[in-house]
Ligand binder design. Sequence first.
Ligand SMILES: [Zn+2]
Length: 264
Amino acid sequence: MNMKFAYASILTTTILAVSCVTSPETGRRQLSLVSDSEMNSMGEQAYKDILSKGKVSQKPQLNSEIVGIGKRIATASGVNYEWEFSVLDEDQVNAFCLPGGKVAVYTALIPVAKTNAGLAAVLGHEVAHAVLRHSAERMSQQMVMQQGMNITGAIFQNSQYRDIIAASMGIGANYGVFLPFGRFEESEADRVGLEYMAKAGYDPREAITLWERMGAMGGSRPPEILSTHPDPSNRAKALAKHMDKAMALYNASIKQPTTQLPKP
Ligand SMILES: [Zn+2]
């Protein structure tokens, strides 16, 4: 080992050692080179950009139903973000929650989600990605790989790292593509999302049928929520392991009867 390399590796080790945070939700140590306020500001800027380029649905009944479900999930997460929820009239079977609690649901997801509980399962999963700081973790890993990358005070649209920042949040640079988190992050979001939906009063057993419906879908653009879960039966098995805890949370909640979602 030469001295330069030794120094660099001590430096990197030191950065990593002092820059970890423990997730209160999972107890897991996470690399954190970017602050929550920086990450949330990036999320807010990207959200504005997406809404300004997209077609925001003006259907009042649909909007109030989706916002109602989203707010219950947000409350169940216990996180005090400045939550925002929008419905985007686009042919994408998808939804996302950007850092800081900026949520969007695409209309093509609605017939697949089918019920309020199905949508609560999707939103629980997406909100869990944000609360578990998966974007900050992925961005931090990028910062280690791209030494000297500095996003402090960056304006998202003008940043030279725009594509990397967008990718960290799971959105493609053109917003047409959604990039999967890793399989570990997806499983973590499934588990925590299941608890959120149950606490919010939605029957957690509906999550299993939702993922089965999703898994049965064909097409060349799999939803983000499916991208690293090629096998729906494995996913159902993993969820079943957490169902006892989820049912206990559901039974202690103010239950929301399962109803069909309005037509998009
Ligand atoms: Zn996901």
